[in-house]
Every structure is written in C-alpha cells, then in structure tokens.
Design a protein around this ligand. Sequence first.
Ligand code: HEM
Length: 178
Amino acid sequence: MTPAPTRYPAAIVVLHWLLAGMVALALMAGTFSLAELPNSSPDKVGALRGHMIVGIAIGVLMLVRLVVRLRSPLPAHAATGNALLDLLGKAVHRGLYLLVLAMVASGLATAMAAGLPDIVFRGVGALPADFSAYAPRAVHGLAAKILMLLVALHVAGVVVHQFFLKDRLLSRMWFGRR
Ligand code: HEM
C-alpha cells in the first residue's frame, strides 16, 4: 500500500487559496457594501453584478475542488492528540464545504426569484424595493453569519496547530515535495 502523501495535491492547494480569497471577498463585500446599499441606488445593479459573478465562480470552483478531492490521494486528517478537538476539526471542514455551497445555492435562488439575471445582465426590468420578500435571502444572510463563525474556527485551528503544537500544518496546504 502506498503511504498517504504529506501534502495536499498542487491543484487542491491552488483551489484552496483562490477560494479562501474569493469567499473572504464575497463575505466582506456582501456584508459591508452590497447589503448596505439600497436597491434605489444607481450603483446597486453594478454591485450585484460583481457579487453574482464572484459567487457563481465560487460555486464552479467548489465543484471542481470536490471532483479533484475525490480523485486524489489526500494526507491523513491532522491530529491534535485530543479526540474532541479532532472531531471538531473534521466537523468544521465539512461545515465549510456545506455552508459555501449553501451560500451559492441561496444566492442563486434569491437571484432567480427576484428576476436578477435579466435585470443585472441584460438591463431588462427593475430591481424590487428590497429582497426581504424572498425567503432564500433570509437563508443567505443567516448562512453568511454561520460561515463567518466556521472561518474563524478554521483559522483558530490553524493557529493552534502551527504555533502551539508546532506540527507545521500549514506546509500541507502549500507547494513542495509530496
Ligand atoms: C460563497 C458565495 C457567496 C458569498 C460568501 C456571499 C455573501 C453574501 C453576503 C455576506 C451578503 C449580505 C448578507 C447579509 O448581510 O444579510 C450577500 C447578499 C446577497 N447575495 Fe451573496 N454570496 C455568495 C454567493 C451569491 C450568489 C451566487 C448570488 C447570486 C447569483 C448571490 C446573491 C446575493 C444577493 C442578491 C444578495 C442580497 C443583496 C441585498 O440584500 O441587497 N450571492 N451575499
């Protein structure tokens, strides 16, 4: 039996850091700019266009990542020496996949319900007064808060591994000999 690799495959490393940047951007811009901008603002359609393009690109790259993951040998799950923390680590990883996909699905559902593809990409029709009448918009807002919490837990886990356990966890998600 071939031993488990010591690092993630290069394609996963690229996708991990690309998606980390794009998800952070979508979360920050969504919270501090898009949601704050009234639908009556002349800048709103442009802001929605940028957000939707980034959000859909995140969805496509997540699917590519899942396929690459399923077809590649992966390093063993990192261990802390504490069964409960190891379980939390696994749960956070699964949760991150689930929540990012939920963000893409609820964003798309909001956009379809409000007719945004035509308004934003074809210039046909007008934005509703706001999106509060659309149920998927509430899911999108709640999922964003849970995703932020999971990202914070994920980063905290990396800090514990890298600086307290000193097991060089970050090098597994970087380039080098596998
Ligand atoms: C991982 C991908 C995504 C992330 C992280 C994200 C993030 C966010 C955040 C943080 C907000 C503000 C939520 C709030 O404060 O209540 C938001 C709003 C929104 N997002 Fe996304 N989003 C993503 C994907 C998408 C996609 C794919 C679409 C549509 C194709 C979309 C459409 C919208 C819309 C229509 C709003 C409402 C803006 C408003 O209320 O004025 N999002 N998004």
